[in-house]
Design a protein around this ligand. Structure first.
Ligand code: SF4
Length: 348
């Protein structure tokens, strides 16, 4: 992996973004912010699956009051997501959020942005200048130039106040343009970059787009925080983010499941076995163990992969062979092979 591009370090509560620190996985709550109880519960679940920063939508001044209450009940840095009204950003800074995301596409006016900047400086709060192609009412002719110039204009305001506590982002729903925009931003600025493909879609489509976009950028050393944006739970977003990092050797996260695609040689219902295994590790909360598990369909690649994994099974017709750390341990039946795997994983 190419060396990570060195950016300024920005402190957000107990998390440091950029400056060569590990890439931070973040997500956003999907509950109504006014519903304090549900939002707190969701933030706790996000934390359980490894989220390091949580962004919360603050659509109006009532939500600021709710956010203040939420803040008291959680112990993870919060990012207030503010659009349209700069006064909401100012109020969020006053209640002690660790970071503000503002969108200069809908908070217009130098004076308003300057107010946010002054307040953030006084309270030592980080600010993300977060552009999104979808925030423009008309289809943009040249998305790249528009987003880059908007970042530049906003930066001019913040830099006048010598404010450096900044993170930049400029996302689109298109993988190629998003990658190109971030390459330009990375060449031009040393501020940490928050990367992701915006509104990427449901789990299947969205994960593919995110893996490509985020993966290409990280491979080039670009990106300090990531958000996988899915029409799915925030937990799915965090897990997908971590698996992107894990498969690029940028983080250790959870179980790496090797399973064969099956073919005409497979004499057992491997799809059912693998899906049973996935459900069991999820329910037993074992999916955060950093282990390589193999579930294979026959003797062609089965014994090789199963013996290279921490725990593996190579299935035959009605039974399979269980491997632990490369050694054959016992024969297992189709019915109990998943339970055997789970028991062994618990012991490791
Ligand atoms: Fe087919 Fe066996 Fe390879 Fe699975 S391990 S894909 S069943 S040959």
């Amino acid at each position: 992996m190419e060396k990570r591009k060195k950016t300024y370090a920005v402190k957000v509560g107990n998390v440091v973004i950029g400056g060569g620190n590990p890439v931070v996985v973040q997500t956003m709550t999907k509950t109504s912010t006014l519903d304090v109880e549900s939002t707190v519960k969701q933030i706790q679940r996000i934390k359980e699956v490894g989220g390091k920063l949580v962004r919360v939508a603050v659509p109006n001044l009532d939500s600021v009051i709710a956010l203040k209450e939420i803040k008291k009940q959680v112990d993870i840095p919060l990012v207030a997501d503010v659009h349209f009204d700069y006064r909401i950003a100012v109020e969020c800074i006053k209640i002690g959020v660790e970071k503000i995301r503002i969108n200069p596409a809908n908070i217009k006016g130098k004076e308003k942005l300057a107010e946010v900047c002054k307040m953030a400086k006084d309270y030592n709060v980080a600010v993300r200048i977060g552009l999104n192609a979808g925030s423009y009412k008309k289809k943009l002719k040249d998305v790249k130039s528009k987003l880059i110039s908007e970042v530049e204009e906003t930066l001019n305001i913040f830099e006048k106040f010598n404010f450096k506590n900044l993170v930049l982002s400029a996302k689109t729903t298109d993988v190629v343009s998003t990658v190109e925009i971030y390459q330009l931003l990375s060449d031009k600025y040393r501020y940490p970059l928050h990367i992701g493909i915006t509104e990427a879609g449901p789990l299947f489509y969205g994960s593919i787009k995110s893996v490509l976009g985020i993966g290409i950028l990280l491979w080039e050393g670009i990106g300090d925080t990531i958000r996988v944006s899915l029409t799915s739970s925030p937990e799915d977003e965090v897990k997908t983010g971590y698996y992107i990092l894990q498969y690029l050797n940028l983080a250790k996260y959870g179980i790496d499941l090797i399973s064969c695609p099956t073919c005409g040689r497979c004499e057992t219902n491997l799809l059912e076995i693998v899906s049973r295994f996935e459900n069991k590790i999820e329910n037993a909360k074992l999916n955060f163990k950093n282990l390589k598990i193999a579930i294979m369909g026959c003797e062609v690649n089965g014994p090789g992969e199963a013996s290279s994994a921490d725990v593996g099974i190579a299935m035959g017709k009605n039974s399979g062979v269980l491997f632990i750390k490369g050694k054959i341990v016992k024969k297992v039946s189709v019915e109990n092979c998943v339970e055997e795997l789970i028991d062994r994983i618990k012991q490791l």
